[in-house]
Write a protein that binds this ligand. Structure first.
Ligand SMILES: C[S@@+](CC[C@H](N)C(=O)[O-])C[C@H]1O[C@@H](n2cnc3c(N)ncnc32)[C@H](O)[C@@H]1O
Length: 399
């Protein structure tokens, strides 16, 4: 069956209703039962059900549109979220952009709102057909779709783009990878080609990719964006302008679920970076957000906010006075004591409390087992940490 016919079959009202009715049905059960439709096999239906469920939070625009076709789960896991795709579109301008790793097309949907002529390329035929079809359903008219090996295409065509975008595939023989050299295409191998065919380049890398390694491996870095959503780092975005030398301009974005972000910036920190003072725990306790933690500049920010650190390798900070609008979690410290698990168990058995373990050998899972407590709740925390006074448990309330 041709892709186009398959997609049309999936858009029959009865099929759409079947997918809606089974969003919460167990997948193994569905597979066992088989497809109720003669022309559509059960795997395609299951892909749509899994896809719609995944899209609900990550891709609300796709979820709202019932004509969207979803690829298998593995392809969907690699897409950007709408928040991070929109983020990228805020930093580009010009006329021509080529995406060398189009995938499900989430980034291109947003980038095409800022660029009049966008070229989407994808080597996987099935994924290419799906993205092309969906661009049509989403009324994205200025996207030219090419099913090619983008590196070969770039090498064969004598054209210089305003922007090249690349979000290399982080799967290698079904294993997850995060180094640029292991991703596909290998950006490091093709830097010269990318440089000759673009004025600017945007590279998305894994949150696991080491920032210092990036500054060593890549050239022309104008800005690095560390992008977190709800305090979890999702992407590192390397913005390259081939005319510049590497610049230590790092922007740390933390989005909430409403697409609103806080931003901290680090510029040329070498001259300002000094050690942070250590102190015993005072009235307030702080943990920086995930973007600041990923950047490695937590001590730099601690000095900026006049905070002291609990111990050299314990990334928790303290002060006598409260810091308003702190970029991360802030707590009022209610009590500080040595760690006696038996006593704590008496107090917390069966109760809800949030657990943290900082610079300690014991994990929060192991602590939970020892206390026999439930984890969660709005603001009560038990923070186990190595401090200047030894290992302590801090009872704290999140502000
Ligand atoms: C991480 S995904 C991209 C996801 C995309 N940014 C999105 O938001 O949907 C990477 C994609 O690049 C494709 N790819 C890898 N190497 C390629 C190449 N040389 N030419 C074209 N596509 C390639 C893979 O098939 C995969 O679909």
């Amino acid at each position: 069956m041709k892709s186009e016919d398959k997609f049309k079959a999936l858009q029959n009202q009865e099929v759409i209703q079947f997918i809606e009715d089974n969003l919460n049905t167990s997948i193994p059960k569905l597979i066992l039962k088989g497809s109720p439709f003669e022309t559509i096999n059960i795997q395609y239906l299951v892909d749509q059900i899994i896809g719609r469920n995944k899209a609900k939070k990550k891709l609300p625009t796709w979820f709202k549109n019932k004509n969207i076709i979803y690829p298998p789960k593995l392809n969907l896991e690699q897409t950007s979220s709408e928040i991070t795709a929109h983020h990228k579109s805020q930093f580009i301008s010009g006329k021509y952009l080529i995406d060398l790793t189009g995938g499900f097309g989430v980034d291109d949907f947003y980038l095409s709102k800022k660029i009049p002529q966008l070229t989407y390329t994808e080597s996987n035929e099935d994924l290419f057909e799906i993205a092309k079809y969906n661009f049509n359903s989403l009324a994205s008219e200025n996207i030219k779709c090419l099913q090619v090996n983008s590196i070969e295409y770039l090498a064969q065509n004598d054209f210089k783009y305003d922007w090249i975008y690349i979000d290399p595939s982080r799967r290698n023989q079904n294993k997850k990878v995060f180094l640029l050299q292991d991703s596909s295409p290998n950006v490091l191998e093709h830097q010269e080609l990318l440089k000759n065919t673009s004025y600017n380049l945007m590279i998305k890398t894994s949150p696991m990719y080491d920032i210092e390694m990036g500054y060593k491996e890549l050239c022309g870095i104008k800005e690095l964006h560390v992008i977190s959503i709800k305090n979890e780092v999702k992407e590192l975005l390397w913005i390259i302008d081939w005319r510049t030398n590497n610049s230590r301009s790092i922007k740390l974005f933390n989005y909430d679920s409403q697409n609103i972000y806080t931003l901290q910036e680090v510029k040329d920190i070498a001259s300002e970076h000094k050690d942070v003072a250590l102190s015993e725990c005072k009235a307030y306790l702080y943990e920086f957000n995930s973007s600041i933690m990923k950047s490695g500049f937590y001590d730099y920010f601690a000095n900026k906010y006049n905070l002291k650190k609990l111990e050299k390798h314990t990334n928790l900070y303290t002060s006598d006075v409260v810091v308003n609008n702190f970029p991360g979690k802030s707590f009022v410290v209610e009590a500080k004591s040595s760690i006696h698990f038996k006593q704590l168990k008496k107090e917390y058995k069966g109760k809800f409390v949030n657990l943290m373990s900082k610079n300690m050998k014991i994990s929060t899972e192991a602590i939970q087992k020892k206390l026999n407590c439930k984890t969660g709740g709005k603001s009560d925390y038990l923070i186990f940490a190595k401090t200047l006074e030894g290992n302590k448990v801090l009872k704290a309330t999140k502000i």
